[in-house]
Design a protein around this ligand. Structure first.
Ligand code: CUA
Length: 178
């Protein structure tokens, strides 16, 4: 009987709520980290203007293809070597799916979805956007290398997701007959 009482651990200090001081320090550290992260995201989003890549405009996904540039998706040359590409993402394809541009072209992509959330990523480039119904995602890229640039939907969007891809073919300038 008397042995038992001497082996019992000492009672915790009155203010510890039974938490080990070592563990308490880690809890304080975690809370400080959360505050720092929250502050960083808030400052980046509101003070520095960081946004989800490419949000350009809001549209009605039900009517976006009936008029305006998305009624006729495709490439438009807006200046020498500069293009705008209006593209529709839908389950499960991109319109247009294949395109060809001369090397050195700067393309500004305007992409919207008419149904669910899709993604748009061009291999070997930093072009990588979310395509959200109701929004137009916008991003520019200059294609300096001849070759094939596959692009894919990289946001799971249903059973046909894996078939949602296309190709941008960047070719030597053919005008002038060289
Ligand atoms: Cu569209 Cu995955």
């Amino acid at each position: 009987m008397s042995d038992r009482t001497t082996e019992a651990p000492p009672p915790p200090p009155a203010d510890s709520a039974g938490i080990d001081p070592y563990e308490k320090n880690w809890m304080r550290f975690s809370i400080v980290l959360l505050v720092v992260f929250f502050a960083a995201v808030t400052v980046a989003g509101f003070a520095l203007g960081f946004q989800v890549p490419g949000e350009d405009a809001e549209v009605d996904p039900a009517t976006v293809t009936q008029s305006g540039p998305f009624s006729d998706p495709g490439l438009r040359e807006v200046a020498d070597g500069e293009y705008e590409l209006y593209m529709i993402a839908r389950t499960w394809l991109f319109e247009p799916r294949e395109l060809e541009i001369p090397v050195g072209s700067k393309v500004t992509f305007y992409i919207t979805s008419v149904d669910v959330q899709h993604g748009f990523k061009i291999q070997d480039t930093n072009v990588n956007m979310m395509i959200v119904p109701g929004q137009v995602s916008k991003l520019s890229y200059t294609f300096d290398r001849v070759g094939e640039y596959p692009f894919i939907c990289h946001e799971y969007c249903g059973s046909g997701h894996a078939a949602m891809y296309g190709t941008i073919r960047v070719v030597q300038e053919t005008g002038g007959g060289a």
